[in-house]
Design a protein around this ligand. Structure first.
Ligand code: UDX
Length: 439
């Protein structure tokens, strides 16, 4: 069984490496020769825990190859995965399918009869059927199967999520597609991982509905946090208690500064756009998009207001990546909050364990620091924005002694009242009563 993986981004590279780990012969294709050269040299091009060791081992064993030559790769492949980007289109938020269509056209030209073409990228409902027709028009009379196989990988735990998914979802239109998916996911099958075999359209909707629901769940708890702040409640206590109802579940109930990343923002906008286009408006998700954008700005307003009250001139921002264990900064709250602070005349000192190199070019004027302590040194205000482990056990007395002011915004609720005792810090978190000196 030969697998071609078209696209070596977060989804394509993780999927290609993991399929090689399953024992298949995998060839990963990318148009960017610089990326392919780095991968051929055994260098992972994304920060994903555990990926580098798998990549090097499978490449060394000859199961994993990288190339820019799509046509040759596809001509020899039994299963061809499309894992190219589907960015938000400017304006209406719809997914931009140009890269999907370009890949489909090249695949159509090169594929052998009876190939199985699988779209793993997140695509709006109806795309798989459209691509199936597009390929059939390009290669009349040549039998092939179309499959929709969306991924549910979280950045920072993508290898784990691939190897131990809650379920595998495959949308098919024929038995060949089903059989091919059972073969490529056989190692998971043997571990009794459920495989949902459904239609192409259902598989596409499942992906969007899952992400939209998770984004809504996060946004729900973020708004509960706002209420808690007004009435003296504690959002962590509320989240823990409601999460004990197994119909709700405890995950994705951590209040924060708003969601970011390459998926939730893009997928909620695309899903809402599909609802509008198909005259089935997804009004809750429309609201999730709006509330989330406003939340990131309101977090910046809290810091600016504190600076105006105290005369603080500089702010230390700890964490730029949209979540821990990734170098991805796409739509991270930091990208809204830092420019807003700078616009209000505040100097920003920043630290992030992994994301500095990708963030520096897009955050001009930021003073980059080598540690959280260096960042807080002399700062009037400190803001914990991403819950990296590096920030979970800071010596808060040392932080207080380094700072010129004493306000700590913990926008991920990492610390508790006990941690703050004796530090003299004016601690402000999300959805919890103020501890320490307070206003
Ligand atoms: C998400 C989905 O989880 C994954 O299934 C899908 O395949 C891709 O999109 P990802 O974007 O990598 O994965 O990160 P995730 O861990 O879901 O977090 C998304 C955003 O929500 C982050 O900004 C995170 O900080 C935020 N979040 C998540 C919260 O604010 N609170 C939570 O409780 C959980």
């Amino acid at each position: 069984m030969k697998i071609a993986m078209i696209g070596t981004g977060y989804v394509g590279l993780v999927s290609g490496v993991c399929f090689a780990e399953f024992g298949f012969q995998v060839t990963c294709v990318d148009k960017n020769p610089a990326i392919i050269e780095r991968l051929q040299a055994g260098e992972v091009t994304i920060f994903e825990p555990g990926l580098d060791e798998l990549l090097v081992r499978n490449a060394r064993d000859g199961r994993l190859v990288f190339t820019t030559d799509l046509a040759t790769t596809v001509s020899e492949a039994d299963v061809i995965f499309i894992a190219v980007g589907t960015p938000s289109r400017r304006g209406d938020g719809e997914a931009d399918l140009q890269y999907i269509h370009a890949a489909a056209d090249e695949i159509a030209a090169a594929m052998k009869p009876d190939a199985v073409v699988v779209i793993k990228s997140t695509v709006v409902v109806g795309t798989n059927a459209d691509v199936r027709e597009r390929i059939a028009r390009a290669r009349p009379g040549v039998p092939f199967s179309m499959v929709s196989n969306p991924e549910f990988l979280r950045e920072g735990s993508a290898v784990e999520d691939f190897m131990r998914p809650d379920r595998v979802v495959v949308g098919v239109h024929d038995e060949r597609g089903t059989a091919a998916m059972k073969r490529v996911y056989r190692p998971l099958y043997l571990r009794e991982t459920p495989m949902i075999v459904t239609t192409l359209e259902n598989a596409e909707i499942i992906k969007y509905a899952a992400n939209a629901f998770l984004a809504m769940k996060v946004t729900f708890i973020n708004e509960v946090a706002d209420l808690c702040e007004k009435v003296g409640g504690n959002v962590q206590d509320v989240a823990r208690a409601i999460g004990m109802d197994n119909r709700i579940g405890s995950k994705f109930l951590h209040a924060g500064p708003g969601f970011g990343g390459s998926c939730f923002p893009k997928d909620t906008r695309a899903y809402a756009a599909t609802g509008r286009k198909m005259n089935a408006p997804q009004t809750l998700i429309e609201q999730v998009v709006t509330v989330n954008e406003l939340r990131k700005r309101s977090m910046a307003e809290r810091v600016i207001e504190a600076a105006q009250k105290t005369g603080a001139k500089s702010v230390a921002v700890l964490g730029i990546a949209f979540k821990p264990n990734t170098d991805d900064i796409r739509e991270s709250p930091a990208l809204d909050i830092i420019p807003a602070l700078q616009k209000a005349g505040l100097a920003v000192r920043a630290h992030d364990p992994e994301a500095r190199s990708v963030a520096e070019p897009v955050l001009p004027g930021v003073i980059w620091c080598k540690s959280a302590y260096e960042a807080t040194d002399g700062a009037g205000i400190a803001v914990l924005l991403t819950e990296w482990n590096a920030y979970r056990a800071l010596d808060l007395k040392r932080v207080a002694s380094l700072m010129s002011g004493n306000i700590l915004f913990d926008l991920r609720n990492v610390y508790s009242a006990q941690d703050l005792e004796g530090t003299g810090l004016d601690y402000r978190s999300v959805g919890r009563p103020l501890v320490g000196k307070g206003d």
